[in-house]
Every structure is written in C-alpha cells, then in structure tokens.
Design a protein around this ligand. Structure first.
Ligand code: BGC
Length: 765
C-alpha cells in the first residue's frame, strides 16, 4: 500500500512539473499535495490510536489543573504538580491546554511551561502527539507580560481601517508565538445587537458587514504567512452563535433568533472567516431559541461543518459541558451532557479542571451511544490543526527568535490604532482642539487609570490589578501633563465608578480653569461581571458633570468604555465629546493628542449610540420598528448614529454616479463619488456605502452597509473613490430562508455621515 501511494505521489509531482509555466496553478497543486500528505499522516496516526487516546485528544484542560495549588489561586510562579501532571498529561494524554498560569508570565516563563508540556507529551506518551495550546490574547498578547496591549475590538472597528485590524493581528501573533502560544481564542465575530451586552467592547460592533471585514482582516494578519510559519497563530473565531443578542442583554443569556435573522445577520461573519482560513470555532455558552448552542447539531454539524464546509476544530467554551447541567438544565448529568455535545459536533471540550469527559466518551462509544465515526471526525480535526501549525516539528518557540517583541514599531502601530479609533461625537463651535497654554482641570473616574484604558483581559482576566501595569505607560492625565506641562493642569479624582470621592473639590478647582476635561466610563469587566441592569452612565459620574456645568466653564467629556452608556441628560451640558472606547496601553497618549490637535480624529461609531434605554434599535431595522406615537415614522432617535464621527476638518461629497440605472443578472454596479477636504486640517475620512431595498416580500431593512473606504485628504484635496457592487450584495433572506433577490428598485447611499448621504436609485432585474 505504501508503495502504491509513493507511485501516485510521484505521478502527481511529474504532472505538476509539466505545468510549471502556470505558477498559480502549480502552487495550488503543491498546496493540495501538502494537504493530501497531511490527511494521510492523520489517517496513519488515527489508525494507531486507542479509543482512550482518541478521547484524550478531545480534551482541553486549563493550565492550573496541572499546577500546584488551587485552580483559581493567584500564583507567582508556575510549579507543576507531579501527580496532576502525570495523570492529565501522561495517563490521559490530553490533547489541548488553555489558560494562564495565574499570573502574567514573561515570554521566558511561557517558554519553560510550554517546553515542559510538549517535551513530556512528545517523549513520554505512547504516540508522542504535541499539545495544542490555546489562549485569549484578544487585544495584543495580553497574557504575555510586556507585550503591546491594543485597543479592544470595538476600537479597531471604530477605525474603519481593515489594515489596522490586520496589523494588530500580525503583531499579536508574533508576540504570542514569542511565548510559544500558537492558537488564539480570537477574533470575536459576534454581531453585538444589544448595547447592554458587557462584551460589546470585545466585538466589532453591530453591523454584520463591518464585523465580517474586520474579522477577515484579523485572520489575514494572524495567518498571513501560513500556519506553518512560526510568527503565525491560528485563530479561533467565537462565539458561535448569537452571543451578542441575549434577550435580556446579559452574558450567556438565551437569544431569540429566527432562521432568517440567523442567516441574514449572524452567520455571514463566520462564513467569511471560514473562507479566509479560520481553523478554530468556539461555541457560544448561550442558548438560541432555548437550545444551548453546545447541543445544537443543526447549527454545528449541518450548518457550520456542512453548509459552510468548516474543516477545523470546534471547541466548547469554558466548562460548558457542566453548564449544560447547571445553567441550561438540558442534561441531567455530565455523561449525558458529554454525549449531547459530542453528538452535536463538538471536537474539543474545554473542560478546565479534569479529564472526566474522557472516561465518559470512552464509555459512550463502547455502549454505542456515540459512533466511532464521530470520534474519528473530531480527532482528525484536532490533529489537522496540530499538523497545520507544524507542532510535530516545532512544538515551541525560542523567545530569543522574536527580537521585535514590544518593539517601537509595534508600539507605534498600537498608538496609531488607538488614535484612529477615537470618535469625536460633539464639538460645539470648534471647542476642540484645545490651546496648550490654557489652564485645564482634569477630573473623573477614568482620568488617571491605565487599567480602565485596557479593560478586561489585561494581564489578568478582569484587568483590575494595578501591580501588573507597565509604569512607562501614560494615563490620560499623565499624557495631558506631558503635553501641556504640569503647571497648567489641575487634577481632582471627583468620583469612583459608582461613588463620589471629592466632587465638591473638583467644583471649587473649576473656578480657576479655562477648560474642564471630565473623563467618565466603565470599570474593566467581561462575561458575568460585566452584566449591568442600567445602561445609563452611573449617576454619580453624570452628577459630576452636572455640578461642574454650573461653573460655566467649557466642558470636554471623554468616554472610556466598551458600551454606549446613556448620556442624554449630560450631553447638552458639555461642549465636546470624545469617545475613546477601550483604547489600550497607548490610549492616554492618543486621547491627549486628539484633545490638543496633534491628531485629527477619524473614528466612526461601530454601533448605534442609544439615547433612551427604551428606544434602542440597530441602524438596520424594519420600518415598522420606527413608527412613533403619532403614527408617523420618526421613532428612531438615537443619541448618535452608527457610522457617525466628526473631524477637525470638513468633507464634502459630490458627483455620485452609478454605472447603470438598470442592473441585470450578475452585472457589476460601479459607483463613483468625489470627496473633498473643504476645511482647515488634513484628515482621514471614512466613505460609507449603504444599500436599501425599496420593496421586498420579507420586509426590507432600513439600509445595510455594503462597502467602506478610509482615505486621507490634505486641505483642499479632492479624490474620486470607486466602489463596485454585485448581485451578491443585493441579496437578502427570502420567505424560504434562502438568499434571494427580488426584481425591483434599490437605493445606493454614499457619504461620510449618516444624515448626509447622497442617493441614487437603480432597478434590478
Ligand atoms: C469566554 C471565552 C474564552 C474562554 C477561554 C470563556 O469564559 O467566554 O471568550 O475564550 O473563556 O478563556
């Protein structure tokens, strides 16, 4: 048999050599050869595996489960427990590990940890299969001490610059691999529909197209040199699916998503990610329509692995086999929960504390309750990712081979991302930029904290430990002082997150100031700790603005937060509003540079900023949703619209043209528009293209984003921007839950501000 294969192999090589004049085809053939070779290696390995070894490959434990001390204990060093190590790593031959050792490890620590794990797995287990290490390096390699920490995803989305998403991923990968971490539980491809949802800051926002584009760019950055390259990390896109749409806005809540919405809004980012080479998908902890995602065979096996053709690893979220029992109440015990999840299509179970699921899998297969074919499919996928990542050859990486770790260039890319994210939401009478020689009072909960700029997942899970901060990084206050000199800056804390500290002192100091910069926002949080009951900005922080407004001094409101917290009552009291999202380690610098005009802001909102908690809609909605109490259609009145963001300059759009008034079949629609910088500053502008289906049987959305482009324009400069749409862009989900286009009129809307879009109608047939 081996001989036959060798002959086939040679024939294929000869054939591919004869087409050398076509390099593209040739390289395609070589890559499919490699793929076949890998598949053969997997089959050969699988054939040697016992059932228990197979089940072991399906287990992902948390690193603390093999360390001395309790799982959740804070630790200063990683000390392996001989007993736990032997049991889980050698006897069970665990396939995958995730999580941190319980402290922010240096690259060298990570190297020692991963080396010990891999050397043992490869030398002391029967088959010598390396372990697949996964980690949540979600805004930079945040679990590797000293790495750059980027803005969270919502900030990246606000840049509307896919190159920055790509760059961020490239650097995150490099710095992760410097710590021997090859698999990243990122990016987050959730479409965040509820502003209450605490992880909206970890997402690319509410729009499926923006989420898809940013996710795809991130994947390109992570994996651009191929997974075999030791600067690439494999992505694990999450959370499949509907996590950002919990009915009550809470973490891990039930979402009600009918089939047509699933396909129209939630699936496209995952589909695009898979087309771009994603080899990991994490299942979401929530239920959709009451069915926990982890047992939804239709979603996992039929749609993800079937329709979308996903060939990678489907991993559960943290401890979610237990969650099927304790929270979802869908399974009566762990054996049953394991059976439901594996039969639904789970390949790797993130079962942090123990190997009990391995025993259940063995028993379930032996009793015929899970087929061996299902197990082989799961193990094949896990091994495939290990081969793709070249872990059998290079199981860990030497930190010395990564001289650019936290380099100046990486820090600069981080700063640029934070800068381009900043979104100017209000600027009455050009209050900003501020003059540097004026006296300023800086106050508020978020003014002097690195932790708040970084949010959760920053060296520790909730990111609240000040001892892990890099002392060279600047808070907003530090950066302002550096910019204008300490003598002109007065600082009073004012408030904590929920409590007053010394707001009266702030009021009294306001008398001597020319301007007041009030920095408000959210406490670092994720998952359950990020759940809130009230979307309004905490009262005490609003009250500070209220009191300061009595001084009559101009107020600049700076917001550091993942969510759009409601500010309806204080908005009229302030002259300028700067939204910084969760801008990361360079956020202080970036904010101060915007305030003082070194940077012209160019971010645009990646979500709709609600004005009232009882009036929240995404920008795409049905006309019926916006009927008002007078039976009119003025019921959509957000504080700020999706896609909105001001600049220190002005841009004028003109001459919108489309290539035809009647688009037929699969023809392309070419769009051109002129954009001119008509103001006094050089600046970047995001041109947005929306499409509106004027009549459709399934009630059409108000509009949908279909293209965007970020350009730079000098003062007085004009550029023509071109876009092209195809019939694919016109499609929406029809009555039978499939993508269709109905003949009729569509409207193209183009511009940089949601209220000032140029429009053209064409007919599709
Ligand atoms: C989170 C995931 C994360 C996983 C592993 C879960 O609790 O929901 O986003 O990837 O933990 O840390």
């Amino acid at each position: 048999m081996k001989k036959v294969l060798q002959i086939v192999f040679l024939i294929v090589i000869v054939l591919s050599c004869s087409t050398m004049e076509q390099p593209r085809n040739n390289s395609q053939k070589i890559s499919s050869l490699k793929t076949n070779e890998t598949e053969q290696k997997i089959s050969a390995l699988l054939a040697q595996m016992t059932l228990k070894e197979k089940a072991g490959q399906m287990l992902n434990i948390g690193l603390p489960a093999i360390l001395e001390g309790g799982y959740w204990d804070a630790k200063e060093r990683a000390v392996f427990s001989q007993e736990k190590f032997k049991k889980l790593l050698i006897d069970y031959a665990v396939g995958s590990i995730h999580n941190t050792p319980g402290y922010p490890a240096e690259r060298e620590d990570w190297y020692q940890i991963v080396k010990k794990i891999q050397d043992s797995a490869m030398q002391k287990t029967r088959l010598g299969i390396p372990v697949l290490y996964g980690i949540d390096n979600i805004h930079g390699a945040n679990y590797v001490n000293g790495s750059v920490m980027f803005p969270h995803q919502i900030g990246i989305a606000a840049t509307w610059n896919t190159e920055l998403s790509k760059k961020n991923a490239e650097i995150t990968s490099y710095e992760s691999r410097a710590a021997s971490l090859p698999w990243n539980f990122n990016p987050n491809a959730d479409v965040a529909m509820s502003p209450l949802w605490g992880r909206i800051g970890e997402s690319f926002g509410e729009d499926p197209y923006l989420v898809s584009e940013m996710t795809a760019a991130y994947i390109q950055g992570s994996q651009q040199k191929g997974l075999q390259d030791s600067t690439s990390t494999a992505v694990c896109i999450k959370h499949y699916i509907g996590y950002g749409a919990g009915r009550n806005g809470k973490d891990r809540a039930n979402a009600l998503i009918p089939e047509n919405s699933l396909r129209q809004y939630f699936l496209p980012p995952f589909e695009k990610a898979i087309k771009n080479g994603a080899m990991g998908v994490m299942i979401s902890s929530n239920a959709v329509n009451g069915i926990p995602c982890h047992i939804n065979k239709y979603y996992i096996t039929d749609i993800l692995k079937g329709e979308l053709g996903f060939k990678g690893v489907v991993i559960s979220d943290f401890s979610d086999i237990d969650y099927l029992i304790s929270a979802h109440q869908s399974a009566k015990n762990k054996r049953e929960a394991t059976k439901m999840a594996v039969n639904a299509g789970l390949d790797l179970l993130m079962n942090p504390f123990d190997a009990d699921v391995v025993d259940y899998i063995v028993d379930l297969v032996e009793k015929g309750e899970i087929s061996i074919a299902r197990i082989d499919d799961a193990v094949t996928r896990v091994l495939r990712l290990k081969f793709y990542l070249n872990l059998f050859e290079v199981p860990y990486n030497n930190p010395k081979d990564y001289p650019d770790f936290a380099s100046e260039a990486h820090t600069e890319a981080n700063y640029q991302t934070a800068s381009e994210a900043i979104t100017l939401l209000k600027n009455n009478e050009n209050m900003l930029p501020l003059a540097k020689n004026k006296k300023v009072l800086v106050t508020g909960y978020t003014a002097n904290s690195i932790n708040i700029l970084n949010g959760a997942w920053s060296r520790s899970f909730l990111g609240r430990e000040t001892k892990f901060n890099d002392p060279s990084k600047l808070t907003i206050l530090d950066a302002i002082k550096k910019q204008v000199g300490s003598t002109n800056v007065e600082f009073v804390e004012g408030t904590d997150y929920l409590d007053d500290i010394n707001s009266e002192e702030a009021v009294s100091k306001a008398k001597n100031a020319d301007y007041i910069i009030v920095c408000v926002g959210e406490i670092p949080a994720s998952e359950k700790p990020s759940d809130i009951n009230e979307l309004e900005l905490p009262k005490v922080q609003q009250e500070l603005v209220n009191k300061l407004s009595k001084s009559g001094k101009p107020i600049i409101l700076v917001m550091v937060q993942g969510r759009p917290r409601i500010i309806r009552e204080i908005e009229p009291l302030v002259d300028a509003i700067v939204m910084a999202y969760l801008p990361g380690d360079e956020g202080g610098r970036a904010i101060s540079d915007v305030l003082y005009g070194n940077t012209n802001p160019s971010g645009k909102l990646p979500y709709t900023y609600p004005k009232y908690s009882g009036n929240h809609l995404t920008y795409y909605h049905k006309k019926t949703d916006i009927r008002d109490a007078d039976w009119g259609y003025n019921g959509f009145y957000p504080q700020f619209e999706f896609g909105f963001g001001l600049s220190y300059t002005t841009f004028e759009y003109s001459n919108l043209t489309i290539s035809t008034d009647t688009l037929v079949g699969s023809e392309e629609l070419k769009i051109a528009v002129d954009v001119k910088n008509t103001g006094t500053h050089e600046g970047k502008e995001v041109a947005q293209v929306y499409l509106k289906d004027l009549v459709a049987t399934v009630s059409p959305d108000s509009k949908k984003l279909v293209r965007f482009s970020k350009i730079n324009l000098k003062v007085g400069e004009q550029k023509t921007i071109y876009f092209s749409l195809t019939s694919e862009d016109l499609k929406s989900i029809g009555l039978d839950n499939r993508w269709i286009i109905e003949e009729g009129e569509f409207e193209v809307q183009v511009g940089g501000s949601p209220k000032e879009l140029l429009k053209k109608i064409f007919y599709y047939k």
